[in-house]
Structure formats: structure tokens, C-alpha cells
Design a binder for this molecule. Sequence first.
Ligand code: GLA
Length: 730
Amino acid sequence: MIFYDDKEKCFHIKTKNTSYVIGILKDKYLLQMYYGKKIKNYVNYIENCPVGNSYSWAGKDIEECGHIKDVNDIPFEYPCYGSPDLREPAFHAQYENGSAITDFEYQGYKIYEGKLKLAGLPCSYTETEDDAETLEIYLKDQVTGLEAVLSYTAFYDFDVITKNVKVKNGGTEKINIKRIMSSTVYLFGDGFELLHLEGNWGKERNIQRRKIINGEMSIDSKYGGSSHGHSPFIAMARSNADENNGEVYAQTLVYSGNHKTQIEATSQNVIRVNSGLNDFGFNWLLESGEDFQTPETILVYTDNGFGGMSRIFHRFIRTRITRGKHRDAVRPILLNNWEATYYDFDENRIVEIAKKAKDAGVELFVLDDGWFGDTPNKKYCFGDWKVDKNKLPYGIEGIAQKVTDMGLGFGLWFEPEAISEDSELFKAHPDWCIEVDGRKRSLVGAGGMRRLLDYSRKDVCDYIVETLSNILKSAPISYIKWDMNISMTEIGSYGLPPERQQELPHRYMLGLYDVLERITTAFPDVLYEGCASGGGRFDAGMMHYFQQYWTSDCTDAIQRLYIQYGTSMFLPASAMSAHVAACPNHQNGRTTPLETRANVAMTGQFGYEFDLNTLSDEDFEETKKHICLYKEIRETVNFGELYRLKSPFDSNNSVVEYVSDKKVVVMRCTILGEILSKRYNIKLKGLEPDAKYMDNESKIVYDGDYLMNVGLNFFNSRDFESQMIVFDKV
Ligand code: GLA
């Protein structure tokens, strides 16, 4: 998988279909020679410089490059501030004498089987020894003694390369790290386009695609979490790349805090892409002997278009990032009471809702927000997590027992990163909040009634682990929805000295990851669902602890077509929670057929978000059928391969297909109906040409090659009309 070619002086990292080559120039500089489709050997790298410019550095003594034109096309593997290379660096630090120059020189390397954990951070893992191989390259700045380890892991069968960087202060003086990226990647040539996912609350992950032109662009989050605004994911593709064909270079960070991906294209047709922690408001003090570990970046290259790219991410995130007992298990169909009751419920109401859900075939009931504190008196006590006895006289234990006695699992909502000023916790520990003494404290969170606990403090983390553990031990709870609804603003910690205040956003994430690790390890049987005002922190970092995520607070089926389609760019269906909600929809007032609400939700982790007692008898019978159908297809949807056949972003339909060994599931939805609609044709993908597939409803048996070449025809006859087509491989 990885070897060092002594003759050519380069490292060659190989996966099944990709190659990544790093050359060593003058025994000192690391240069990124190639990343792309697999090659056998990289030869003659000085002459074969990937840059097609007459002023290229090829063959020159790099130290004689006197003019910017000589260096701004050099693909330095890990570029640092303080050299004639004046593009955006991956690393920037300031030393005690005020200088900010870093000049890392190559020292040596190590190649080993498997992969090590990243201290304190979520990361990919191996399951067998031959899953992956790792290359560590050692660098050192001779003046300051700062050392760096660049790590690369090749997951051969997955076609994934992961990268991370660790630095160690090997000198005697203090170092202030101002920027430290996880990865730098280069693309050579023009005609590249950038695809990224932007959004907002309730409309997460819209696909944006635009030309990469010379200059700089960045995709980032400054919210404290990875945000609704920009997911830590980008894909750069040749302009002719589409869903099924063409070269795509993509990456995502295994991180849930402030992130940044910088894309800088120069007139020499070299595109540098740095990705990692956001340097916005960031400074990290590294004392002598201390080290700093960056998050991991997952790199994917494919020439099978965006569909090929997504399938690689899905398989990898599902089985080499996500962990736990529920990773490979089909998940329970749940009903969550949030939109059914909001804060207005008591035990009887919950029992009534849960009973009806059970009759319909639902498997788990989730009690959402409003079960704690004293909501009628407006004392809404985040942090204390004491049950509201006015609503639940027998506590969580009582209601959990009643629900489990019905034969349903019981799940509970928490927002453990929040604290209310009314809480006993706040009175006892006013210094546990994120704030700066004497400064305004904005209530930047849903409903405005909560503030952010300071997870950079060990005492806060210990308190949360203990409080949650006590609740989890007190009742039969088999699912947790871990919510977070606050942006990190006016940042300050009473637990950090002045010179470390700008470490808070990252220290917060380290604290959160530590809490999540402790809770998920102590309660391994629980199914964990993440949430951040919907999909505000839905990233590969969180998928290391949570098996699924509440994709968006928008439950309208039509808006969800876009949200789920965009999310599927890098996150698998097994991670995407999707529920059937009441009509008119609570977020946008839209009325859609029950069947469409169910069909759209069935392309993720299926559930309900309303009281099924409100359904007519006829709709209740239909709902029972939907639940039976989901039980039949959920394995294929969650663990099969996704083929996106029609995009709502550029057509009047959304059509997605999931293929497993046993079944093929196609969900098609019309956005707007048309009078005398033109028919549209859907050719299935990923089937075996010679296998037979039986349509479960019509019982017609098709050959795989028929479905893939002749396809199926449909009409856009009515607004929001949809269909779930299931084929059994026979
Ligand atoms: C967030 C979540 C919702 C719900 C509410 C409760 O907005 O995304 O699903 O849990 O909080 O306050």
C-alpha cells in the first residue's frame, strides 16, 4: 500500500484505485507530486514536474528561487509561513523573539500496518490488520526545535487516504500556533469546479457548484460547531464531471468545531487546498515539550463522478468512523413527541401517544424537550436535569417503565451543553458558562433561554458525565437524542489563563469529545442520535459517537428532498434521521400527501414526529402499511449503495435508488405536477445485468440490463406525488 522508492526519492501511497506521491527534494523539502488515479510507479519527478509553466521550479535549486513567479507553483506538501512562497500557508506560528518563520526540513519516516488513534479526537479506525497502512513523515525546524509528524493512512479497499498532523515543541521557548491545518492538497490544471454544501437552520446542505477561478475562496464555520452554514466537506471536480462520470477530488474533516477549507488558485494553474481548524479567533500556546494534534482529513479521489465519491464516503463513514453496537444493526422506527406536543404534555398524554404508536408498529418512543425544570413557572432549568414532576409525577423512571411495558424502547432528549441562568447549577457555579466578565452575554440559542457550558473545564465535563450517567442508570433508556442549540459567541473561559483564552473553541470540542467517549463507552447498548437545531453539527466527527443524526428541523417532505439529497453527498442514509410530520407542516405550512411524507422519510432513519391519534382511520391503516414497508426495505436503504438518479436541485424530481444483494429500492418524487406532463425516464444503476429483479407490487420480473438500459417511465402528474418501488432480486 505504501512504499518508499529510494531511486526516485518519493513515497508512494496506494489504494485500490488511487495514488498519492510525495517527493523529497534536496533531502529537505517535501513536495506533493501527484494525487489521482492509480499509477504503478512515479518516475523522474524533477523533469515531470506537474506544473505546466515555463517558470516552473523543475530542475532548479529551490533555494535560488528569487522571484515569486519561481515559487508560487511549487506544491509544498506542508507549506509554512515565512518563505518566499506567499500563498496561504498550512502552518503559521510565532516564536518568543517575535519571528513567525517556520522552515520544516525532512528528517525521516516510518511505515507500519494499521493506524493509531488520535489523542482526544475522533478519527477513522481499522478493523483488521490489513485494512490500512500508515506512513509517518518526520520534519523539524532547526532554529526553534519545533517538530512535526505528517501522518497518512491508506485504507486500501475503501479508496480513502486520511491525513493528520502533529507538532511537538522540542525547543526550550514558548510557541504560539496561529494556524495549523490538517492537510494540503494540490490540483494541477484548469477547468476545476468546486462543489460545497451551504445552508441555514431548516434548509441545510444545499448543493453549490461553481468554477474555481484564480484567487482565494474559503468554506468555513465560526459558530463553535461545524454549523448549518457550511459543512466541513468539499468536492473539486473537472467541469465535465457529473453524477456518474468524471474526476472528483473530495475531502471532509473528522471534526465538529470551527473549521476552514481554503482554496487558492494561481495563474500557473496550481490549486492549493488547505483544510483543518479555523484560524479565526485561534491561538494555541505550545510550551516546551507539549504537542498539538490536528483533526483528521479524509481524502477521496474517484473518476466515477459525484455518485462514486459519495459511495466511498458512505461506506467509510458508516464502517470506519461510526462505532458501537448499533453501527451495523437496523435501527428502530421511532416516534418523537416534539412536534406532537412541544412543551405541552403530561404523562397521560405521552402514554396515549406511545400506545397508538405501538399499535401502528413503531418500535421506540422518544420523549423530547420539556421533561425537566418547571416550564409552567418559566423556570426552564438546563443543567440541573431534574424532572418536572408536574408533568411526570413518577419521574423518568415511571414514564420509561410505562413505555417499555408496552413493548416499545424508550428514548430521551438532552441538551447537555446548555445551562440556564435560573438553574441551581448556575447559582452554584456562575463561572461554568462561556463568557467574558464585564462583557455583554448574548443569548444566542433557540428560544434564547440557554447559555453555553464551558466544556473546556474538566469539572464541567465530569459533572455532565455523572449527571447523565445517573439518569441513564435510573431508567430503561435505550436511545439518547443529544441536542445542542447555541452558537459560541463572546468567548471566554474562567478556567483558562489570559494567554490561553483563544484556545477555548478547540478545547471545548476536546472536552465534548471526552464526554461523548465516556458516556458512549459506559452505556454501549444505547443508540445515540445527534442533533444541533437539526443538522447544525452533522459531520464525520460526530458520527464517531452517534450512529444517527437529526438531519434538519425542517420536516416538510419537499424541503427534505433537497436537504437529504445534499446531505447524501458525504453522509450515509444510515446516519440521516427523517420523520413523517403533521400537515400543514409546522415549518413552512405546506400540505403534502401522507404517502409522500412517508416515502421521503423512508430514505433515511424512519420515524414519526406527530401524534398518530390525530390520523383518520384510513390514514392510520395507510401508516401501518408504511411501517411494514420500511421494515422490509430498511436494511437496503441503510446499508446498500446509493445511486442518485435525479436531482431536485436541477430537475422537477428527486429520484434515489438503494441497491443491496437482495433488493433494489427506488424512491421517486415529483416536485410540481404538470398539465400533460412529459414523461421522464429513469435508468437504474448498480444492478447485475444478468440478474432478475421482481417489482414487488406488479410482480413483473425484469432483467438487470433492462432496468439499467431501457429503464422505467413516469409522469409528473400531481404536485408532491411520489412512489416507492421495491424490487426483489429473484
Ligand atoms: C432542537 C431540535 C428539535 C427539538 C428542539 C427541542 O431544535 O432540533 O428536534 O428537539 O430542539 O427544543
